[in-house]
Design a protein around this ligand. Structure first.
Ligand code: FNR
Length: 338
């Protein structure tokens, strides 16, 4: 049997195959309100109809000041729950499971309002200077993740992913390039992990389901987190009960990245072995054969598909056809599936 289409159980939730729709910002909420729109319902449901096993939302802001743009999706208030309930109903009707990526942009927020970061340094010359977070700001933000987890549960999501990658707020705390604090949240590697550690704990107080964390496994900078630092973080996450590390890279500081098929896989595989934790592979995984190779060689447990799913909502069927495997059609499409 093709491993790509073998179900997987994560903390009692069964995903019917190993294909995850990678989180991708659509900047499609109405100006300033962060709510689900008809576009989101169509966009995500199409991939569920297309037989993706796990449909993950784009980065969803836990606080308004944590948005990348004014059009970002958000879950910072009770008023957001209803739209996500509708979305989950549609995804579940099509046989897929759903996940929400909880996010805070930190210094990469492109907003009129004050923006925040562990240390007061702008991302580049075009971006705004963030305010250095006080201990109160840190506490408020951690609480926002907690409330977002509670709302995610009410909204009917099956899984939560914490966005700890791409140079957004959590990554800004983790990285020595962006965290120059000298309190309990900065300095040593242990202290830089403190913020994420507390976020995981508060989420666990509201959420007993599967929990993923996306991290940047490589910062493409000699003074950035080393692979040893990354192993420390992933081992800690495992101890804290995180179920899967979604292995991405980059975004902490401006850097040129050479990309090629599976360019983030080496570290994904290394983390899977070092921390004995499930991993998700992502980055230029475009074909069924490539995805099957990754899974069969135990380099990852799930494959996250981004741009290929934008181009083709039926990527799962194309991948199955490519490896000579037959997947079930949505009931309504049976007459046209072969
Ligand atoms: C992204 N990516 C991304 N990642 C993330 O963690 N949260 C997000 O909201 C977004 N937003 C986003 C928007 C768009 C339009 C793209 C193309 C990408 C990164 C994405 O999830 C994925 O990691 C990369 O695109 C690499 O995978 P692919 O596209 O090569 O399969």
């Amino acid at each position: 049997m093709a491993k790509l289409f073998t179900p997987i159980d994560i903390k009692g939730i069964t995903i019917k195959n190993r294909i995850v729709m990678s989180p991708m910002c659509m900047y499609s909420s109405m100006e300033e309100d962060g709510k689900i729109t008809p576009f989101h319902l169509t966009h995500y449901t199409s991939r569920a109809v297309g037989q993706v096993g796990l449909v993950m939302t784009e980065a969803t802001a836990v606080q308004p000041e944590g948005r990348i743009s004014a059009q970002d999706l958000g879950i910072w208030s009770e008023a957001h729950i209803n739209g996500f309930q509708q979305l989950n109903k549609q995804i579940h009707t099509c046989g897929a499971k759903s996940a929400i990526q909880l996010a805070h942009a930190g210094r990469k927020a492109n907003l009129e309002s004050t923006i925040y970061a562990p240390s007061p340094f702008a991302f580049n010359e075009r971006s705004k200077q963030p305010a250095e977070m006080t201990l109160d700001d840190i506490k408020t933000t951690i609480d926002a993740f907690k409330n977002a987890a509670r709302r995610s549960k009410e909204a009917g999501f099956d899984m939560i992913e914490i966005h700890g990658a791409h140079g957004y707020l959590i990554n800004q705390f983790l990285s020595p390039l962006t965290n120059k604090r000298n309190d309990a949240y900065g300095g040593s590697m242990e202290n830089r992990y403190h913020f994420l550690s507390e976020i995981i704990e508060v989420i666990k107080s509201e959420w007993t389901g599967p929990l993923f964390v996306r991290i940047s496994t490589d910062e493409y900078h000699e003074a950035g987190n080393t692979l040893e630092n990354i192993f420390y973080y992933t081992n800690r996450m495992k101890e804290q009960g995180v179920d899967l590390i979604d292995c991405s890279s980059g975004g902490v500081v401006p850097a040129s990245i050479t990309t090629y098929p599976g360019y983030q896989l080496k570290r994904c595989e290394a983390i899977k072995n070092e921390a004995s934790i499930a991993t998700g592979a992502v980055g230029l995984i475009t074909s069924g054969i490539q995805a099957e190779e990754i899974l069969q060689n135990n380099r990852a447990d799930l494959v996250f598909i981004g741009r290929s799913l934008l181009r083709n909502p039926y990527w799962a069927k194309a991948a199955a056809d490519e490896i000579g495997y037959t997947i079930d059609a949505p009931t309504q499409y049976k007459r046209g599936w072969k």
